[in-house]
Design a protein around this ligand. Structure first.
Ligand code: PHE
Length: 352
């Protein structure tokens, strides 16, 4: 008797019985080829045998054969799925692999601590009504120095040992990496036809500096400038006190010292109490035994600079400040050395 002579029902029962004995992927494949294979699978042969049936039985036989094919296809899919589930379950109970363990965490990057601090400082000033502007890092010495009242022979130029860009114009070196953000005082007023001006200018500055725990050759500053009728020193102090409170909370102490910058009169420095030694250590590397860490220079904008902008210095006055963002970050997290920030050690950076 050939396979094609078997009855559809008998064939189906035989096939299902064989399927229940297939327990792995290769056995399932052999079963599939043997029963459903296109060339000579037994169900395929059964379907071909429809033609050989006596005419009056052909339709019924054909239907039965097709039903067997569908049943077996469905049974195969089900068997494949249940074998897969069983294999997963078996895997999860062997010690080699625990599929219930949580996945490996993705390493997610985050902002550099100085960037985080910069953004928080900007936000604090924005809340007080300052707008944000930007200026070039490669600057003309005319803006960096001359516009800020430090001509060629002025001793104040020594305060910012300069990294010059080696471009000679008419035999003179005129471009540099800006040593401070203050040139933007002139730049901002120049493009603001009339006061009021209330702006901050954040950005990188560069100095040829012997580095130590509080000095780096690249630093981030925020320049602040407010010019209007009736702006006074008390406004400057109010803004800076409020900034310190926003960034450090109520109990952090600040102190103002008199200081000199050629573009302000009078000039001050603002410092905060040293978080390392609390003012007690003569040996303290961070505050050098003074108990205070300077975070900004400030003062009332020199009338000459107001006049140079085309404003009437008998009517309007202004204050300016230049804040060291790395210094703020040091104080905020109690970091003892500013050089950690740009040493690119992930063990350090990953803590913030
Ligand atoms: N530009 C000065 C510095 O870099 C800081 C400063 C800014 C001082 C504005 C007074 C007013 O040290």
């Amino acid at each position: 008797m050939t396979a094609s002579a078997a009855s559809p029902d008998a064939l189906r029962e035989e096939a299902l019985a064989a399927l229940s004995e297939a327990t792995d992927e290769p056995a399932l494949e052999r079963w599939r080829a043997g029963w459903l294979g296109r060339q000579d699978g037994r169900v395929t042969l059964l379907l071909r045998a429809v033609r050989e049936q006596p005419p009056e039985q052909r339709a019924a036989f054909g239907q039965a054969a097709n039903a067997v094919k569908q049943t077996l296809e469905a049974a195969l899919a089900e068997r494949q799925e249940s074998l897969k589930q069983a294999a997963l379950k078996a895997l999860s109970t062997t010690a080699a692999l625990d599929v219930t363990l949580p996945g490996r965490p993705q390493a997610i990057g985050r902002l550099h601590p100085v960037t985080q601090t910069l953004r928080d400082c900007i936000k604090a000033f924005q809340e007080m009504g300052f707008r944000v502007a930007e200026g070039p890092e490669v600057e003309w010495s005319a803006y960096n120095f001359d516009a800020m009242r430090s001509p060629e022979d002025h001793p104040a130029r020594d305060m910012w040992d300069t990294i010059w860009v080696d471009t000679l114009l008419n035999g003179e070196r005129k471009m540099l990496l800006r040593t401070h953000t203050s040139p933007n005082q002139a730049r901002v007023m120049e493009r603001t036809p009339e006061p009021p001006v209330r702006v901050i200018v954040p950005g990188k500055c560069y100095r040829q500096e012997a580095t130590d725990a509080t000095h780096e050759w690249m630093l981030t500053q925020i320049e602040g400038l407010a010019v209007d009728e009736g702006v006074r020193m008390s406004d400057l102090k109010g803004v800076l006190y409020e900034f310190a409170r926003k960034m450090f909370g109520q109990d952090r102490k600040v102190i103002f010292h008199h200081s000199y910058f050629p573009f302000v009169e009078p000039g001050v420095e603002m410092a905060m109490d040293c978080f390392i030694c609390r003012g007690s250590g003569a040996e303290c590397r961070t505050c050098h035994g003074t108990g205070w860490i300077e975070i900004l220079g400030a003062g009332m904008v020199h009338p000459e600079i107001i006049e140079n902008a085309g404003y009437d210095s008998s009517k309007v006055t202004g204050f300016a400040f230049g804040l060291g963002v790395e210094r703020v970050a040091l104080l905020r997290w109690g970091i003892e050395d500013i050089r950690h920030f740009y040493a690119n050690d992930l063990r350090f950076l990953g803590q913030f």
